[in-house]
Design a protein around this ligand. Structure first.
Ligand code: PGA
Length: 251
C-alpha cells in the first residue's frame, strides 16, 4: 500500500505573516487526517518560521529547490543541509518553471537530486512534457529521457528517497487538467520504466504524484486512478480551505 502524498508548492507567494496564517488555518483543518502525507513548500525566507509553527504537527516542510554543493562561493544558492537546518524533510527538484525559466537541465536536476538524498532529504522529482511535445506525440520519449537522466546513478536504496511528480507543463497554472485517463497513462508508463530500471518491487512502492491545476473538484477522480498516489498542488494550495479540501479527498 502506498501512502498518498498531498504537497503544496507555494512558489513565489506568501510573506511571513500570510504564510503563518495559512499554516495555522491548515493545521486546524487537517488535524483529523490520517494516512496521508501532507507537505508544504514555502519560499526559502519563511521556511524557518513555518517549520517552528508546525513543530508538533505531522505536516512536513519542503524547499522548492536546492543547490548541489554543501557550501562555498555560490552566491544566492541554498544547500540541502541548509534546508535540513531550517527543518525541511523534502525538496522539490526539477520543477518545470525552473527548467523553463532558470535553465535547469536534466544534468543539473540529477546533481541536485543526488546531493539532496545524500544530505538526508526526500526529493520530489518533477517531470512532464510541454504542449508542443504532447501534440508531436513525444510525451513518453520526453518522460523517458527526463527520468533516465534525472535519476542516473541512483542506487535502489537512494530511490527510496524519491517521490516522482508528473506535471504536464500545459496543465500548470492554466486551469487545464490532464484527463484522468491521460494522467493515468503517463503514471503507468513512469511506473513501468522504474520497474525496468530497478525492480518491480521498487516500482510498486514508489509514489507518483500528479500536478497541474489540481483543485478540490478534480482530485477525487484523479486519486482513484491506480497509479496516481497524490498531488503536487500550486494555486489551490494557497488558501487553507481549498488545500484542506484536496487533502480530504476521501470524504
Ligand atoms: P498549479 O501548479 O496547481 O497551479 O497548476 C502545480 C505546480 O506547478 O506544481
Amino acid at each position: 500500500m502506498r501512502m498518498p502524498v498531498i504537497a503544496g508548492n507555494w512558489k513565489l507567494f506568501k510573506k511571513t505573516a500570510e504564510a503563518l496564517q495559512l499554516v495555522q488555518e491548515l493545521s486546524s483543518l487537517v488535524k483529523d487526517v490520517e494516512d496521508i502525507e501532507i507537505i508544504v513548500a514555502p519560499s526559502f525566507t519563511v521556511l524557518g518560521p513555518v517549520r517552528s509553527l508546525l513543530f508538533d504537527s505531522p505536516i512536513s516542510v519542503a524547499g522548492q529547490d536546492c543547490f548541489w554543493e554543501e557550501e562555498g562561493p555560490y552566491t544566492g544558492e541554498v544547500s540541502p543541509n541548509m534546508l535540513i537546518d531550517a527543518g525541511c524533510s523534502h525538496v522539490i527538484i526539477g520543477h518545470s518553471e525552473r527548467r523553463q525559466l532558470f535553465d535547469e537541465t536534466d544534468e543539473k536536476v540529477n546533481k541536485k537530486i543526488r546531493a539532496a538524498i545524500r544530505a538526508g532529504l526526500t526529493a520530489i522529482f518533477c517531470i512532464g512534457e510541454t504542449l508542443q511535445e504532447r501534440e508531436a506525440d513525444q510525451t513518453f520519449t520526453v518522460l523517458n529521457t527526463q527520468i533516465k537522466k534525472g535519476i542516473e546513478n541512483l542506487s535502489p536504496d537512494e530511490m527510496k528517497h524519491v517521490i516522482l511528480a508528473y506535471e504536464p507543463v500545459w496543465a500548470i497554472g492554466t486551469g487545464k487538467t490532464a484527463t484522468d485517463e491521460q494522467a493515468q497513462e503517463s503514471h503507468a508508463f513512469i511506473r513501468r520504466l522504474i520497474a525496468e530500471l530497478y525492480s518491480s518491487s521498487l516500482a510498486d512502492g514508489i509514489r507518483i504524484l500528479y500536478g497541474g491545476s489540481v483543485k478540490p473538484d478534480n482530485i477525487r477522480s484523479l486519486m482513484v486512478q491506480p497509479d496516481i498516489d497524490g498531488a503536487l498542488v500550486g494555486g489551490a494550495s494557497l488558501t487553507a480551505e481549498s488545500f484542506a479540501s484536496i487533502i480530504h479527498f476521501r470524504k
